[in-house]
Design a protein around this ligand. Structure first.
Ligand code: GTP
Length: 233
């Protein structure tokens, strides 16, 4: 079971290697580790599992099964010389596999990744419903949200033009990324999407994220400081 971090991303973890199972020796006998909870949301089959697996496992997951409830994946990354752990919640897209879990998805979340499939227009069209669900669950507006179009490797089957997705992203003030969990050439781009969020969370700074052209790297630009996740409800 994954640890659930608090609003500031910190959880208390215990040293599993300790033969006595006692906490490691720190000031108060505990080790503080910064963990950020990132949830991945969107219609079934858009590639949420494959994207999270690409980031956490480094590979394209062949033959994934529909997610039931939630799957957890984790990856530790180095941000400005400090290690932070990204706890990725790969959520179920199918209503029947997610309805009892929705509150858990959004509790203490630090960032939300909304995913659609560039080869299926309906997955972009349903995006407002996912965004409304997120709002209904009292996720603070200060929690970063991004929009990701997946399956860009399927060039001949694209239904969603970048311009249309960009308009939707702009209307919500989200950064837009287009990528592919399958294309090995997009591995670094997938990493960059998650690392950008990690940087933002670690530094509590909003970032303007740009994707100037297909396949190019993410560009970051700092804005003013903003408080971390704090539920307004
Ligand atoms: N061509 C291509 N196929 C992909 C890509 N990502 C995922 N797929 C395929 O899309 C299908 C669904 O992928 P999943 O990752 O299971 O989708 P999901 O959004 O997690 O689905 P749920 O668990 O039902 O919510 C699988 O057949 C994958 O092989 C991609 O970038 N390109």
């Amino acid at each position: 079971m994954a640890h659930e971090p608090g609003d500031d991303g910190f959880v208390t973890v215990y040293n599993r290697k300790s033969p006595s199972r006692e906490p490691p020796r720190d000031d108060d006998g505990s080790l503080q580790l910064q963990i950020f909870k990132i949830i991945v949301i969107g219609d079934s089959n858009v590639g949420k599992t494959c994207l999270t697996y690409r980031f956490c496992g480094g590979k394209f997951l062949k033959n994934p099964e529909a997610t039931i409830g939630v799957d957890f994946r984790e990856r530790s990354v180095d941000i400005d010389g400090e290690t932070v752990k990204l706890q990725i919640w790969d959520t179920a897209g199918q209503e029947r596999f997610r309805k009892s879990m929705v509150e858990h998805y959004y509790r203490n979340v630090h960032a939300v990744i909304f995913v659609y499939d560039v080869t299926k227009m309906s997955t972009l069209e349903s995006m407002p419903e996912w965004i409304e669900e997120c709002a209904r669950q009292c996720v603070s507006p200060a929690v970063p949200r991004i929009l990701v179009g997946n399956k860009c490797d399927l060039h001949g089957r694209r239904e969603v033009p970048t311009s249309l997705a960009q308009r939707m992203a702009d209307s919500y003030n989200f950064p837009l990324f287009e990528t592919s969990a399958k294309d090995p050439g997009e591995k670094e781009h997938v990493d960059a999407i998650f690392l950008t969020l990690a940087y933002r969370l670690k530094n509590h700074k909003p970032l303007r994220l740009k994707q100037p052209s297909e396949g190019s790297m993410v560009h970051l630009a700092d804005e003013q400081e903003q408080p971390p996740n704090a539920c307004m409800c």
